[in-house]
Design a protein around this ligand. Structure first.
Ligand SMILES: Cc1cc2nc3c(=O)[nH]c(=O)nc-3n(C[C@H](O)[C@H](O)[C@H](O)COP(=O)(O)OP(=O)(O)OC[C@H]3O[C@@H](n4cnc5c(N)ncnc54)[C@H](O)[C@@H]3O)c2cc1C
Length: 291
């Protein structure tokens, strides 16, 4: 059962920030409600004031710039991102990730900003955005601040958002040449939350050259989306082989601190990381050689 609350539907960012400031003590922001309403129905949260930002059209956009890369407004739905021709062309891994997220119904209403702010370590967008070195803009009454997506996640369902703030934009830098990125999640039910998710972005020095840079990001492998930095270190500067990726998978697995739950034991998740880092790394390498 959902308790009574007072409902506001601001139409501009300025109006929303004013409401957040005014009801600082006991508000909750709602965007698509795909995660929040479940928590409210379960009685896990009972806000006095619900601030519905879904109608703020100025936060719903996809823009690209050859130099700066991609900018996505926080209220852009998963479905709009999945279907965007410009994202499919230049950031195919994001469109692929969105296509594997939930059902079409949920993707039609849920927003990328809501997904990140929910702070679920099993969420799909975070590892992909971390692998692509994305950053965020957070807006508050006193102005804006920026941070990397990697730093945004503090703990299990806990983010760096402070009271009175909302996430306004996600920025993804243009991919350097000879860069390939891939994402895979393992789940028993198709398009369900990830038992484990792995994203890899790899940049080669030349088409067949050594690995100039690599970022490996994992979902549901720790209390927050994480990078496997020691595994990255192993690969950087080397000519990538199957054996090296296998070793990277083993190292990545040792870096994780997964939980055991009804879906999988911690040990099973660590085995998945071993296998998926090699598999997704191989795909990222193949893609890097093609561009
Ligand atoms: C059946 C089902 C299946 C799902 N499967 C997946 C899946 O496979 N992979 C996956 O990653 N997710 C999955 N999800 C989760 C869901 O898709 C996302 O969490 C959803 O996109 C959240 O977006 P929303 O706009 O609905 O956020 P809401 O539910 O409205 O909000 C979520 C949280 O973020 C806060 N918030 C929202 N927007 C902002 C903002 N701009 N600034 C600050 N705070 C904000 C809210 O206060 C709340 O705490 C699934 C959900 C359902 C219901």
């Amino acid at each position: 059962m959902i308790n009574d609350f007072e409902y506001f539907a601001p139409k501009t960012l300025k109006e929303a920030l004013k409401l957040l400031d005014q009801y600082r003590d006991d508000y909750k922001i709602i965007a698509g409600g795909q995660s929040l309403l479940i928590m409210m129905r379960q009685g896990l949260i009972n806000p006095k004031y619900l601030i519905d930002i879904k109608g703020i059209s100025e936060l719903d956009y996809i823009q690209t710039d050859a130099k700066k890369g991609l900018r996505i407004g926080a209220l852009t739905t998963h479905r709009a991102i999945e279907k965007s021709p410009v994202i499919k062309k230049s950031f195919g891994v994001i469109a692929e990730m969105e296509n594997s997220l939930a059902s079409i119904q949920t993707r039609n209403w849920g927003t990328i900003g809501g997904n990140l702010c929910h702070g679920d370590p099993a969420g799909d967008p975070a590892p992909v955005l971390i692998a692509l070195n994305a950053s965020l803009t957070i807006a508050g009454m006193n102005g804006q601040r920026n941070m990397s997506v990697e730093d945004f996640f503090l703990d299990y369902f806990e983010t760096a958002l402070e009271h009175g703030e909302l996430l306004s934009e996600i920025q993804i830098p243009a991919m350097p040449s000879h860069t390939g990125a891939a994402y895979t999640k393992f789940n028993v039910i198709e398009n369900d939350m990830a038992t484990v998710g792995v994203a890899v972005s790899m940049t080669l020095a030349s088409k067949d050259g050594h690995c100039k840079d690599v970022r490996i990001a994992l979902a549901n492998s720790a209390p927050r989306p994480m990078r496997a930095k020691r595994a990255e270190e192993l690969l950087r500067g080397k000519k990538i082989t199957g054996n090296l990726l296998k070793e990277a998978g083993e190292i990545a697995s040792s870096e994780t601190e997964p939980l055991s739950d009804i879906h999988a034991s911690a040990e099973y998740r660590q085995e998945l990381v071993k296998v998926l880092v090699k598999r997704v790394g191989t795909e990222a390498l193949t893609r890097a050689k093609q561009v």
